[in-house]
Design a protein around this ligand. Structure first.
Ligand SMILES: C[S@@+](CC[C@H](N)C(=O)[O-])C[C@H]1O[C@@H](n2cnc3c(N)ncnc32)[C@H](O)[C@@H]1O
Length: 216
């Protein structure tokens, strides 16, 4: 937790909630230990969608489909969402949830490793949400950038690693050192890329918000 829990509780006490189905899927995710976006990220995404009204959305990391259904529900304009997931056990649950939500025509699930799938995508997106394995963001980067339209928005979740990122690499467990190094590289890359404007925000576990400049 990088923000005082009392602020988070207060902020989330003001949240007006989601559709009954999303509430149910969130409950199911929690009871089966499936990681999904936090309440404050849910609200942030809803706000960003209202601002940007994207027609084409790409998500990396579907899990059981909660955030893609949320985006489909709360984007104020009709859209198409492509989401990627490689964990076989979660794929059928995500598909079933898209059906429950009546979003099968809106959300397309691409099954497999995002590193391979992203390379094959060619149509650019207005809005990209990165929510997969943190140590892989830097490997996705070249394709993510290629797929982000000028004026498009990129949101990446969980970038501050529960506060580990500001520690020396020697202060983090050996297991987390590779992720630490790669996430620092990712944050350096996206904050220093002149084709983007990026802000790092202490929301949830840390997020980035980037906009691709209209003219580099
Ligand atoms: C935090 S969860 C996504 C949660 C989801 N966005 C939500 O809030 O409903 C991250 C997901 O990314 C998937 N994932 C991680 N690395 C991946 C990769 N390289 N390719 C495809 N999926 C990946 C994991 O299996 C996991 O289900």
């Amino acid at each position: 937790m990088i923000v005082d829990e009392r602020y988070v509780s207060y902020m989330n006490s003001l949240n007006t909630g989601n559709t009954p189905l999303l509430t149910e899927i969130e409950r199911e995710a929690k009871s089966t230990h499936v990681p999904i976006i936090r309440t404050e990220m849910q609200q942030f995404l809803k706000t960003m969608l209202c601002m940007s009204k994207p027609a084409a959305i790409l998500e990396v990391g579907a899990a059981i489909g909660f955030s893609s259904i949320l985006m489909a529900e709360y984007n104020p304009v009709p859209c198409k969402i492509t989401t990627i997931e490689n964990y076989e056990k979660r794929i059928p649950i995500a598909k079933a949830n898209f059906k429950r939500a009546g979003k099968e025509e809106v959300i397309t699930l691409l099954e497999g490793d995002a590193t391979d799938i992203l390379k094959k995508l060619t149509t650019p997106y207005d809005f990209i949400f990165m929510d997969a394995a943190k140590g892989q963001y830097i490997h996705f980067w070249e394709d993510i950038k290629r797929l982000l339209k000028p004026g498009g928005i990129l949101v990446s979740d969980n970038v501050l690693q529960d506060g580990d990122l500001i520690q020396s690499r020697f202060a983090v467990t050996r297991r987390n050192r590779t992720i630490h190094k790669r996430m620092r590289e990712y944050l350096y890359t996206i904050t220093h890329d002149e084709e983007l404007v990026t802000s790092i925000l202490p929301l949830g576990d840390g997020i980035t918000l980037s906009v691709r400049r209209e003219k580099p």
